[in-house]
Design a protein around this ligand. Structure first.
Ligand SMILES: N[C@@H](CCC(=O)N[C@@H](CS)C(=O)NCC(=O)O)C(=O)O
Length: 209
């Protein structure tokens, strides 16, 4: 059975949603962010040296990194329905969007968060960089999801689970009117039953609210 070490309000949401969609038995082990620092508690460091979430336990092994966990769980439990066939052109795009969610798109979103927290959000260089990157990346994503329900092909895939967390951050920070295709894509994902179950579980396991 899969055990998910889940931190409230974190990238672990990607895996919580994926596990709900997979329908395989799993267990949630809750960890709570520190109320002041918003960092993970020591209980997570006891599970994995990085002390970050998500972490899963599978067959006695411990795995971190949401992208790798997404691919691993899909290969194990849903390779017939949550990813394109490896010999198809879409497979390359599937891998590309999984990485995009945690690398290209996450960088300006994290920089924005940290500059605000550090009280340096008036720094001209950083602000200029963040704004330019966000605009470029959001336009790129908006064009990629135009007229589509899912990011790759016509099927729900690991790439959508990965992007879902970025979309949550994005909606918290940004009015999405300027990016109507991102909005319709985000709404489509949020309407899925497994997504809604995951959000209910997140709320139940979030002791800060
Ligand atoms: N690249 C990793 C990032 C993991 C990560 O930074 N998780 C954050 C939550 S979104 C975390 O645990 N932060 C708490 C901390 O660093 O103390 C992934 O995709 O899983």
């Amino acid at each position: 059975m899969v055990r998910l070490h889940h931190l409230n309000q974190s990238r672990s949401l990607r895996i919580l949603w994926l596990l709900e969609e997979l329908g395989e038995p799993y267990e949630i082990i809750s960890h709570q962010r520190d109320a002041k620092t918003h960092l993970a508690p020591d209980s997570l460091k006891a599970v994995h040296a990085l002390g970050k979430s998500p972490v899963i336990e599978l067959d006695g092994q411990i795995y971190s990194e949401s992208g790798a966990i997404t691919e691993l769980l899909i290969e194990r439990f849903a390779s017939d329905r949550l990813r394109p066939a490896p010999d198809s052109a879409d497979y390359g795009y599937y891998l590309q969007w999984i990485d995009f969610a945690e690398s290209s798109l996450m960088l300006p979103l994290m920089l924005e968060l940290f500059t605000k927290k550090a009280g340096i959000d008036d720094n001209e260089f950083l602000n200029g960089y963040i704004d330019k990157e966000k605009t470029r990346l959001f336009k790129y994503l908006d064009a990629a999801v135009e007229g589509k329900s899912f990011i790759v092909g016509n099927q729900l895939s690991g790439a959508d689970f990965m992007l879902s967390f970025d979309l949550i951050i994005l909606a918290q920070r940004q009015k999405l009117e300027a990016y109507p295709h991102i909005k319709q894509y985000a709404d489509k994902l949020a309407g899925l039953e497994s997504y809604q179950r995951a959000m209910r579980l997140e709320a139940e396991h979030d002791e800060s609210k």
